[in-house]
Design a protein around this ligand. Structure first.
Ligand code: BDR
Ligand code: CA
Length: 308
């Protein structure tokens, strides 16, 4: 059983990543969900996390809100992708329970301190909370079992030609995290763009009972689904990596986050020619798409059976 702490900004694909974790209770122990302003403002990402905790039957997993905005930059949002609420066309029942006391940064530091070497951090939003945790308590780097992020790319951007959204939204935070001393497992656009909900994947989601009320409108509103194409559920790749790293080919690299560029801010400049330097990242370069969907759909089917 792997312990994971999920830092997120739900976010349609964040929701589908949480659903993957919720359907993987045999393999994952979700010790906490922390939220960050990202796709939409913090009050919305937090409200969505609370609604998802109950809808996905995540039990009493604490949901703790964190940073509302980037360390230095003006706010960048992705509500043009995720809709005004952050969950596109998904409407979930209002949650009955609220957030936990305290701030996400303290929750992250305290959780890692209490269980050194046990908890894998899974970060699928801007890296503001993680950067602040590193600054507040640098030993989080040694206490974390692993750090897996959805973010960056060595080939392209999505918010603009150079930068992936999570990196662009808080480049200074991303730079702090990449420079902190751990080996970041980087699930970037290079692989996540192949995790596409095609129409045939969507067909497998329709019969999933109550869970389909989340999955289907999520996929449909994330981006219109065409015959052979559909939305990429980026964030689920980070959870999938924790569940089965063999789904991905990963290559050691030195990754630097551009914070000064006029047109390249947030770019993850990735050097696979590591030489004598320490590789600060293991960068995913390919994904076994069939096995990815087998893993994801098996988890969704288990969760659907539980939810009814
Ligand atoms: C990332 O940006 C967000 O919009 C998604 O939730 C995902 O984390 C993809 O670039
Ligand atoms: Ca996200």
């Amino acid at each position: 059983m792997k312990k994971v702490l999920i830092d997120c900004d739900p976010g349609i694909d964040d929701a589908l990543a949480l659903a993957l974790a919720a359907g993987s209770q045999d393999a994952l122990d979700v010790v906490g969900v922390t939220t960050v302003g990202g796709n939409v403002d913090l009050p919305l990402t937090t409200a969505n996390a609370l609604a998802l905790r109950e809808f996905l039957d995540l039990g009493d997993v604490p949901v703790t809100p964190g940073s509302a905005g980037a360390l230095l930059r003006h706010t960048v949002r992705a509500d043009h992708v995720h809709g005004a609420t952050g969950l596109g066309g998904v409407v979930l029942p209002a949650p009955e329970r609220g957030v936990s006391e305290g701030h996400a940064v303290d929750f992250i530091v305290d959780s890692l301190r209490a269980a050194p070497g046990e908890i894998t951090l899974v970060a699928v939003g801007p890296l503001t909370n993680l950067a602040l945790a590193v600054r507040k308590e640098p030993r989080v780097v040694e206490w974390a079992r692993d750090l897996v992020i959805m973010g960056g790319s060595y080939t392209r951007g999505n918010h603009n030609p150079a930068a992936e959204f999570n990196m662009l939204a808080d480049p200074e935070a991303a730079a702090i995290v990449f420079e902190a001393g751990w080996t970041v497992k980087m699930m970037g656009l290079d692989v996540t763009l192949s995790a596409v909900v095609t129409s045939s994947v969507l067909d497998r989601m329709w019969p999933l009972g109550r869970l389909a009320d989340l999955l289907v409108p999520a996929a449909q509103s994330y981006k219109p689904v065409t015959a052979d194409d559909g939305p990429a559920i980026h964030d689920a790749c980070a959870v999938a990596y924790v569940l089965d790293p063999s789904l991905f080919t990963c290559v050691p690299a030195v990754v630097n986050v551009e914070t000064a560029g006029l047109y390249t801010r947030g770019m993850t400049v990735t050097d696979f020619e590591v030489g004598d330097r320490r590789a600060n990242a293991l960068v995913a370069t390919s994904l076994d798409v069939k096995r990815f969907w087998d893993l994801v759909m098996a988890a969704y089917e288990r969760l659907a059976a539980r939810l009814g």
